[in-house]
Design a binder for this molecule. Structure first.
Ligand SMILES: Nc1ncnc2c1ncn2[C@@H]1O[C@H](COP(=O)(O)OP(=O)(O)OP(=O)(O)O)[C@@H](O)[C@H]1O
Length: 370
């Protein structure tokens, strides 16, 4: 196991800065996931840690050792990529043995390790097959097995599941979670898939335009996004954003007049400087409820456009004033086929974002806090 420290890490390609001043500490045994839009620099950052991409500035430390100029092969990392990169002419067994044969390990030691790894990944029955005789999920398990064989300090995964179909992704996700639990290694993982990020990560790093936008647990990012960008990026369907203007700031929060209608009192850190300023109120689709409007609730009139049934949950899409909105339908008590519907939400579940997109800190744990 190892900790990994990034201090002011920088990457430039020619004159273009792709990553600027990345500071991040990854603790022993932590499962850290990089997410962000396409081009935000996730893979480049992972490749810099892996030694596949030169570092343009700053320091990279693994176990307190400066490794900026250490070769990839000498960093003791196990890497797994989207493409499995198995040797096609070798059997699974030979593929697994390869890194240890290169390291001149003894035959008995290699055989013992293959047996252990194959059983861990449930590929014992595939050892004599060639990669072309395996399914995508099986190939990816072999690729992970090959990384495990070297007993690396840190595992690096670059979108390892993105070539798999949905069922296999789910299976492999569970398998990777189990693997992390069993091995306890530090793991750094890049993905586009926020379900993977939310379910696997101890810590998620959200990247935007080569900068870290926020670092936190999945729970933190979901309930306390630091910016409108993070709020919109984490959670599906996306958080709703409603325009408004601050009317007053008082000890319990700030009163915001929504463009879509009501004035609501949002329990956030009051800031007199924001009075009169345009802001955005964020409400997650899942935070709308069916209960009758009461003193502690806000209500918004929704013109229903269409309804999406997903089996266990139904979402209603529509408009409030000029703004598009999506809400989770209550289990019961909503008139199916209605063209209008009153949505209610608890003020404590509302988020507030300033004009520059930064969140105004919330005063209390939200009602949905678990
Ligand atoms: N070798 C290169 N030369 C020049 N620019 C590059 C090079 N490699 C990557 N980039 C640029 O660096 C930026 C970050 O790329 P990177 O692949 O790290 O993003 P990403 O977040 O992993 O994207 P994706 O999710 O699409 O894989 C992009 O703008 C990309 O065009």
């Amino acid at each position: 196991m190892a900790d990994v420290r990034l201090e002011g890490l920088k990457k430039t390609f020619g004159t273009i800065e792709i990553l600027s001043n990345i500071d991040l500490t990854i603790d022993h045994g932590e499962f850290v996931i990089f997410v962000g839009p396409s081009g935000s620099g996730k893979s480049t950052l992972l490749r810099m840690i892996g030694g596949l991409e030169p570092i343009s500035g700053g320091r990279l430390l693994i176990d307190n050792e400066l490794v900026n100029d250490i070769d990839a092969a000498d960093r003791n990392l196990g890497m797994v990529f989207q493409s499995y990169a198995l040797y096609p002419h070798m059997t699974v067994k030979e593929n697994l043995a390869f890194p240890l044969r290169m390291a001149k390990a003894g035959k008995a030691a290699i055989a013992a390790k293959i047996a252990k790894t194959a059983s861990l990944l449930q590929i014992d029955h595939l050892l004599e097959r060639k990669p072309r005789q395996l399914s995508g999920g099986q190939r990816q398990r072999v690729a992970i097995g090959r990384a495990i064989m070297r007993e690396p300090k840190v595992f690096l995964f670059d979108e390892p599941l993105s070539n798999l179909d949905t069922d296999l992704r789910v299976q492999m996700r569970v398998q990777i979670a189990k693997l992390h639990k069993q091995l306890g290694n530090t793991m750094i993982y890049v993905t586009h898939d926020q379900v993977e990020a939310m379910t696997l990560a101890d810590k998620i790093v959200v990247l935007k335009d080569g900068n870290i936008e926020q670092v936190g647990s999945p729970h933190d990012l979901y309930h306390n996004p630091a910016s409108r960008f993070v709020a919109g990026f984490i959670g599906s369907p996306k958080m709703n954003f409603l325009g408004g203007k601050v009317e007053a700031a008082h000890e319990h929060g700030m009163d915001v007049r929504l463009d879509a209608g009501p004035t609501i009192s949002v329990p956030v850190q009051p800031d007199q400087m924001l009075v009169g300023k345009p802001v955005t109120v964020g409400i997650r689709p899942d935070d709308f409820s069916s209960s009758m409007p009461g003193q502690q609730e806000i209500s918004i009139e929704l013109g229903v456009d269409f309804v999406e049934h997903l089996g266990s949950v139904t979402y209603i899409y529509g408009n409030a004033g000029n703004e598009a909105l999506v809400a989770r339908a209550p289990q019961s008590g909503w008139p199916k086929g209605a063209s209008k519907f009153t949505l209610t939400a608890a003020p404590a579940d509302c988020h507030l974002f300033m004009g520059n997109g930064k969140a105004v800190w919330r005063l209390h744990a939200p009602a949905s806090w678990s």
